[in-house]
Design a protein around this ligand. Structure first.
Ligand SMILES: [Zn+2]
Length: 286
């Protein structure tokens, strides 16, 4: 059996590129209490199949000339059981200094916290690519004072600045259009709901495609069985469900691989239709 423990990186080939899943940590949390369906209150009794933990996965794409991180894990924000991305990269023989680019699916702390350590950039030579809507929502002047901003969102805005401002200070942040090319081989699709500018990031090489779908789904089976189930972390619950349904339908119809931040590590596989519902078919090692 291949070693799929979180400390072991998981690598597949895609065309001429290599895709590696890296585990930043595993969050122990009763996910049944976080799912929502037709209620703003927890109804864990409705989700007996919910898991008791959430993996935090990030992904490395190695092309012939570049090393691109998709998300960066949580850094120091979730305590000592997290922030393992840097060590996982070094285990792989890759210095964070060798990362040429970072693309964020969105700016929640478990995706952007790993950008910094002790307030300084972890990735000293990388260009940081962020979608325009996502950047505007979290980082624009006065965002924390906008109408309707909750205490939770205010905290998230503070963490977003902590992670991204050090890169901005070095003029290493590039914004890209929500539905456009990011760099050769990479493009974005807006899947708003989980956050206002939440994105899917598509990478293609030699007719092969993988889509990094960020936080379009959490847990393992529950949201595949019913994409209408949302999660407490979704900023806009109805639109998160709409975005999930669209993302699942497209992935099933086009048959591409997806890479997911919070499915059990490594979180790479295919979405298959299962009657009116879906199921996730995890990719095994090559
Ligand atoms: Zn997340």
């Amino acid at each position: 059996m291949p070693d799929l423990s979180p400390s072991a990186p998981f690598t597949i080939s895609l065309g001429k590129a290599r895709i590696t899943a890296l585990c930043d940590g595993v969050l122990t949390v009763p996910v049944a209490n976080l799912y929502r369906l037709n209620s703003s209150q927890p109804t864990p009794e409705h989700f007996p199949a919910a898991p008791g933990e959430l993996s935090v996965n990030a992904f490395l794409v190695e092309t012939g000339t570049r090393k691109i991180m998709i998300d960066t894990g949580s850094g120091a924000l979730f305590g000592p059981d997290h922030g393992k991305l840097q060590a996982a990269l070094i285990n792989l023989g890759i210095s964070p200094d060798a990362i040429s680019d970072i693309i964020l699916t969105h700016i929640h702390a478990d995706h952007s916290g790993g950008l910094i350590a002790d307030g300084k950039p972890v990735f000293k030579n990388a260009t940081l690519h962020i979608g325009k809507t996502e950047a505007a929502f979290w980082l624009s002047e006065g965002a924390d004072k906008a109408a309707g901003v909750t205490e939770r969102v205010r905290g998230q805005i503070g963490r977003a600045h902590a992670a991204i401002d050090p890169y901005e200070a070095e003029k290493r942040v590039l914004l890209f259009a929500d539905d456009g090319e990011i760099m050769p081989g990479f493009s974005a699709s807006l899947r708003a709901g989980h956050t206002p500018g939440h994105l899917s990031i598509r990478f293609s090489d030699d007719e092969n495609t993988i889509v990094f779908v960020g936080d379009i789904v959490h847990g393992d089976s529950v949201q595949f069985a019913d994409p209408a189930v949302t999660i407490d972390f979704d900023y806009d619950q109805p639109n998160a469900a709409v975005a999930r349904a669209a993302a699942f339908a497209e992935a099933a119809d086009e048959g591409y691989l997806i890479a997911v931040a919070h499915l059990p590590f490594p979180g790479i596989g295919h979405i298959r239709r299962d009657g009116k519902a879906y199921r996730f078919e995890a990719r095994r090692a090559q």
